[in-house]
Design a protein around this ligand. Sequence first.
Ligand SMILES: [Fe+2]
Length: 180
Amino acid sequence: MKTYSKNFGSSSNGSHEGEDLRRLLLDGLRDLYWAETRLTKSLPTMAQAATSKGLTRAFESHLSETEEHVNRIERVFKLLDEPAQGKKCAAMIGLLEEADEITKSTKDGSLVRDCGLILAAQKVEHYEIASYGTLRTIAEILGYEEVADILQMTLNEEEDADSKLTQLAQSHINVAAAQE
Ligand SMILES: [Fe+2]
């Protein structure tokens, strides 16, 4: 298997930009690896808390995608010839705490809860979209084409998940919540 291990020398001006960029990529991947793994634990709870079948299904299908996202990051670590290691991601902890708070502060079976869960889930998606987008670009700069392709695949799915949530919000939930 082709791997992209470290092979940077310092440039003539003594800078180590390639190496520093690779470190930034690895840091970002560790953060995402932890965040995605943590998300697989929260999505079943969010699916259960949701009121509408459509939202429950959206969370369930994103759970199977998220499991695949975890596998893909493991593949990326292999390509980079680095151990698959997570680094606790404070941002994801905060975002998932928000989801929890929303569930606790809204009525079971209410559409307001669904609106709140969509709000929380879209914040998670946007965090992931920002992370995957930038890490993909860094991989491109470093010439790690296969890594960039894998990250792009996940980025597409995160964007689709985000649009699906927007559609759900627009189709019925927001309207119904306003009537409650
Ligand atoms: Fe994901």
